[in-house]
Design a protein around this ligand. Structure first.
Ligand SMILES: NC(=O)c1ccc[n+]([C@@H]2O[C@H](COP(=O)([O-])OP(=O)(O)OC[C@H]3O[C@@H](n4cnc5c(N)ncnc54)[C@H](OP(=O)(O)O)[C@@H]3O)[C@@H](O)[C@H]2O)c1
Length: 347
């Protein structure tokens, strides 16, 4: 049985990790303020990492593995300083947002990362990519290279708090028709989602095995249209014991070049078409990163169709209304009206 410390553990990935580590028979201690619940069975350490003695309750123990989930460079720096020498293995969960460029399809871990956020801007700047770059730097330096830096791409799956991976399967599971479906010419829009459960398993296994260095944890690459087809098929396949099964929805094709004009946002958040990347070549490589190193190191990636099916099952018939990303019914109707005015299916 390994002794594993999560710095975090109350977020979506942290809870998923906790459950998986416990399922494999290891012991989990998780340190967080507890703004959300810890997973059952976790040894919870309530601490605020802003406080001077934040690590007092977990220092002085020989952890087999520490998994760091922060995006605050100061927290990453202090954690490796207080706990780094006694920990056998260390994983920092970083992000593909730490890369300097998102424009090169197929880029691997040798690609340059952003200028790390300086210490003076820690906690002030909202620059997530540069903050993760700074977390990487302090971790690798303090651990003298003996740390695994996992860079996830978009994380998806059942319970996705961002709603980005859930919107499309849940929209197709909703009998409301027609469905507004974004369209881009082949080869110009891609989707790459890593299932949170596959990511958690990889972090745990590669961390315990003592893998080190940077590693992209990304899903399989799909064309946007292919990903939307998978979402629709997943909605049809899952039996939620409704009176009538979900049938092939009537779809209205919507050229993504109209989004700006119609006030529809790309990617995420309110009034958005989730998973659709912003226009321009700056994002040509964003959803097309190489995952070769991770798959060679044991990352198992379930199919996107399976992820979508589990999202529908987990939501249990609730629609897209409560998701933080996507179009509301009224917004979708308004955009459908604009499409009709322009003369039918656009794109
Ligand atoms: N979502 C994506 O698509 C995506 C993509 C790439 C990378 N990532 C990375 O993947 C990881 C996701 O982690 P997650 O889902 O578990 O959620 P998270 O919300 O990022 O986790 C942050 C954890 O830190 C704890 N925390 C925050 N402030 C704290 C403080 N002052 N003192 C002590 N603990 C504190 C939080 O718990 P309390 O609030 O209870 O303190 C929480 O458990 C993150 O590293 C994220 O940056 C995400």
């Amino acid at each position: 049985m390994k002794q594993i410390l999560l710095l975090g553990g109350t977020g979506w990935l942290g809870q998923t990790l906790s459950r998986q580590v416990l399922d494999r028979g290891h012991a989990v201690t998780a340190l967080a303020r507890g703004t959300k619940p810890f997973a059952p069975g976790v040894s919870a350490v309530i601490a605020d990492r802003q406080a001077p003695d934040a690590y007092g309750q977990v220092a002085g123990r020989a952890w087999d593995l520490v998994i760091e989930l922060t995006d605050r460079p100061r927290f990453a720096r202090e954690a490796v300083r207080f706990l780094g020498t006694a920990a056998r293995n260390w994983v920092l969960v970083s992000s593909c947002s730490a890369y300097a460029l998102q424009s090169e399809p197929g880029a691997d871990e040798t690609a340059a990362i952003l200028e790390p956020l300086p210490e003076s801007e820690d906690g002030v700047s909202a620059d997530f990519g540069r903050a993760k770059a700074a977390c990487e730097l302090v971790t690798i330096q303090s651990r003298q290279g003996k740390a695994l830096v996992v860079r996830p791409g978009l994380i998806g799956g059942p319970g996705d708090p961002s709603g980005r991976s859930s919107y499309w399967p849940l929209r197709f599971a909703d009998p409301r028709e027609p469905v507004l479906v974004p369209w881009a010419p082949e080869g110009q829009a891609h989707v790459q989602v890593i299932d949170v459960r596959d990511l958690a398993a990889f972090i745990m296994e590669a961390g315990i095995a003592g893998e080190h260095g940077p590693i992209n944890a990304v899903g399989r690459v799909h064309e946007l249209g292919e990903a939307l087809d998978l979402a629709q098929r997943a909605a049809q396949r899952v039996d939620l014991s409704r009176a009538a099964p979900v049938r092939e929805a009537t779809c209205v094709r919507y050229g993504v070049e109209h989004m700006g004009l119609d006030g529809v946002n790309p990617w995420a958040g309110p009034k958005s078409l989730p998973l659709v990347l912003p226009e321009g070549s700056g994002y040509a490589g964003f959803a097309r990163r190489s995952g070769a190193r991770a798959t060679a190191a044991g990352l198992h990636r379930r199919s996107l169709g399976e992820t979508f099916e589990d999202i529908v099952r987990h939501a249990g018939g609730s629609g897209t209304g409560m998701l933080p990303s996507g179009l509301s019914a009224a917004e979708e109707t308004a955009v459908l009206g604009a499409v009709r005015k322009r003369g039918g299916a656009s794109g």
